[in-house]
Design a binder for this molecule. Structure first.
Ligand SMILES: [Zn+2]
Length: 261
């Protein structure tokens, strides 16, 4: 029996790669609001902030993340499983980089991306809007408390939107998005390739092994090898399964391993 799979380290690498572009998409949106705040009253800014947020950049980044990481993870897992089974990898992959398998993984990943990205982006955008609105509300309150004039209140809002405190919160949001999306894309890519090569393969849930792991996931990690179609008690087929409930997935750092006979 051999055990194969993509590690949590691999996830960290992928997260590092995508963090800058997610953060940039969020920051660009904030800067749109800052531009608006320079010439407009905080109250008006609040009214039109939502229309000013641009979803396209974040959506493009998340889609690219899924396609890149999902496709690459599927390719790696198929190769690992075939090697573990003592099967040739070359016949399947040939010498060319672009090949039939890559197209297969691509179309599988596209299926996930098409179905889910739109509402996911909506949710991310509304979280960002909530954060921005909170700053606007605080500024309006500040304006009243300190009896600030029109120009001062505009300046205050610009300052507050550029504050270190807000930048830190923005980085946290970017981190959460990247962690969640990379986990799902990597584990899903891994999973679809394993399903294509499922004969003689069993799965195993692997946690990151520290005290931040959810109690239920610690339990799944202790279950040992399971048949591929086994549902874990939270209705997930594998860690970060996009069909699972958000509370089982968000910030989950678990990965999936395969035992190959
Ligand atoms: Zn977990």
């Amino acid at each position: 029996m051999k055990q194969v799979g993509l590690t949590y380290k691999e996830r960290i690498r992928n997260e590092r790669r995508y963090f800058p572009s997610v953060l940039k998409a969020l920051a660009e949106n904030r800067h749109r609001i800052i531009e608006l705040a320079k010439d407009n009253d905080p109250r008006l800014v609040k009214e039109i902030a939502e229309q000013k947020l641009n979803k396209d950049k974040l959506r493009g980044t998340v889609e690219k993340l899924w396609m890149d990481i999902g496709t690459a993870s599927a390719g790696k897992i198929e190769e690992m499983i075939r090697r573990a089974k003592g099967k040739s990898v070359k016949i399947m992959y040939g010498m060319k980089k672009t090949n039939g398998r890559e197209q297969l993984w691509n179309s599988r990943m596209q299926h996930y991306v098409r179905e889910r990205t739109a509402w996911k982006i909506e949710r991310m955008m509304s979280t960002q809007l909530e954060m921005i609105n909170r700053v606007i509300d605080d500024t309006i309150q500040q304006t009243i408390d300190e009896g600030l004039g029109v120009l001062e209140s505009r300046k205050k809002l610009v300052q507050n939107l550029m504050s270190d405190e807000f930048v830190v919160i923005e980085r946290w949001q970017a981190k959460r998005i990247v962690q969640t999306e990379v986990g799902q894309a990597q584990n899903t890519g891994s999973w679809i390739a394993a399903q294509e090569n499922a004969e003689g393969v069993r799965k195993e849930w692997l946690t990151s092994g520290d005290e931040r792991v959810r109690e239920s996931h610690v339990h799944f990690g202790n279950l040992g090898p399971k048949e591929m179609n086994y549902y874990y008690a939270n209705n997930l087929l594998y860690p970060c399964d996009p069909n699972g409930e958000a509370e089982e997935i968000i910030n989950c750092r678990c990965v999936i391993l395969y035992d190959v006979d």
